[in-house]
Design a protein around this ligand. Structure first.
Ligand SMILES: Cc1cc2nc3c(=O)[nH]c(=O)nc-3n(C[C@H](O)[C@H](O)[C@H](O)COP(=O)(O)OP(=O)(O)OC[C@H]3O[C@@H](n4cnc5c(N)ncnc54)[C@H](O)[C@@H]3O)c2cc1C
Length: 385
């Protein structure tokens, strides 16, 4: 049987691959998505807690996330699916001068790239989030345009829309080989057969390095694991995502919000990072995060936790994604290394990638991809990664 031929093959139906298929199909490209899992969003996507913010320190991430927020916030109106979108904002709190300084220093660049964000002093912050512990609170930033939505509902909606525009999705088909013609990638092989395409996109998340190796490319994406949890539902009392960036022994930061169905959903960044692909829950996480959350918001002390889980961040050395063509390899693009923000970046990135792939990138698109280039030096550090 001869190989099927497409304009684009996307490896990975996750936070990046699913919205990308929608955008490319909308741009008229014959698109196929291949995933090793049994359905959409089963990799890191479904382990995300659903936070969507343009509150970053990197200009590319600010712009991409603002584009994503446009998509998440108008999806229901445009296409009818409820993604669980809630525009509750993000609130980074400061209880020490160190965090106050970090957050205030970022305001300039954040505002320059179009983010609606400001510093609020203690009393103003307590009006926005009355449940915060007032003792020692100095204030914090609030960005009302940020929000949250459901990663699985979103992935399903992107897939549905992509399929309606002609894109194909094939599951339980791990990609095992890259088909090459000299320096050009011309397709992929799975256990079920071969597929040809003018362009193959690696959107394999935490598994991106293995997929890149199939094309002879070494990409510095290293998976590390993060735990999250969810409580029983209670009456609404908290609108924004609350983020505390104070590092203490065992954790670099933590964040939580109240889901629109009432549960508190929470997550921690372990310190040191737990590198690798182990996804078994630990006994350390809950006592550690619970203590921090109750200190910050004492009324959480009576809530019962229903479930915890552990998922993978596809980390890069500087905390920014790696997106674009690789020198010396034609017909191949990387859309990998989303770190802890792939869900919020996915749809916006898809819009900019569509423009890049169509060969008509505007100035903003060129600036974004220059910052995310696989050929960059990986020297800086995203401050709010
Ligand atoms: C606890 C936790 C909380 C998080 N919270 C947030 C949050 O609030 N907001 C946010 O934006 N992000 C959050 N993240 C990060 C987010 O989940 C990731 O950045 C994002 O899902 C990565 O998207 P991706 O498309 O690159 O990878 P994935 O979504 O994992 O997609 C990659 C896909 O590639 C497939 N694949 C792999 N190898 C192969 C192969 N050989 N052949 C075919 N298919 C293959 C996988 O099956 C998978 O479906 C969180 C992560 C964790 C762990």
């Amino acid at each position: 049987m001869s190989a099927e031929t497409y304009d684009v093959i996307i490896i990975g139906a996750g936070s990046v691959g699913a919205p990308l298929a929608w955008q490319l199909a909308e741009g008229g490209l014959r698109t196929l998505v291949l995933d090793q899992a049994a359905s959409v969003g089963q990799g890191s996507n479904k382990t995300a807690i659903g936070g969507i913010r343009a509150t970053h320190s990197d200009p590319a991430k600010i712009r991409i996330s603002l584009k994503s927020i446009e998509i998440f916030s108008t999806w229901k109106e445009r296409y009818g699916d409820d993604l669980g979108w809630v525009q509750g904002g993000y609130n980074f709190v400061a209880y020490r001068e160190r965090e106050e300084r970090i957050l205030k220093d970022l305001l300039d660049i954040q505002k320059r790239y179009g983010l609606n964000i400001d510093w609020y002093d203690r009393d103003a912050m307590l009006e926005i989030v009355p449940a915060l512990n007032p003792d020692g609170l100095l204030g914090g930033t609030f960005s009302p345009g940020d929000g949250s939505a459901s990663p699985l509902l979103s992935a399903l909606a992107f897939e549905r829309r992509a399929r309606a525009l002609g894109a194909g999705f094939r599951y339980q088909e791990p990609v095992t080989e890259m088909l090459r013609d000299g320096e050009r990638v011309v397709g992929v092989r799975t256990a079920r057969g071969a597929y040809h395409a003018g362009l193959v996109i690696n959107a394999a998340g935490p598994w991106a390095r293995e997929i890149a190796a199939l094309a002879g490319v070494d990409v510095p994406v290293q998976p590390d694991s993060h735990e999250a949890g969810i409580t029983e539902p209670v009456a609404p009392f908290l609108r924004p995502m609350v983020v505390d960036i104070r590092p203490i022994e065992g954790s670099a930061n933590y964040y939580f919000y109240q889901h629109h169905t009432g549960q508190i959903v929470f997550c921690i960044t372990p310190a040191p990072l737990i590198v690798g692909t182990d996804r078994r829950e630990t006994s350390v996480f809950l006592p550690q995060v619970a203590q921090r959350m109750v200190d910050l918001m004492p009324r959480l002390r009576n809530l019962k936790v229903r479930r915890t889980w552990r998922g993978l961040y596809p980390m890069t050395p500087d905390g920014a994604p790696i997106v674009g063509a690789v020198d010396g390899v034609q017909g191949y693009l990387l859309a990998v290394g989303m770190c802890g923000q792939g869900y919020m970046l996915g749809p916006g990135l898809a819009v900019y990638l569509r423009e890049l792939i169509a060969g008509t990138p505007g100035e903003e698109t060129r600036e974004i991809f220059a910052l995310l280039s696989p050929q960059r030096a990986f020297k800086g550090q995203e401050k709010l990664k």
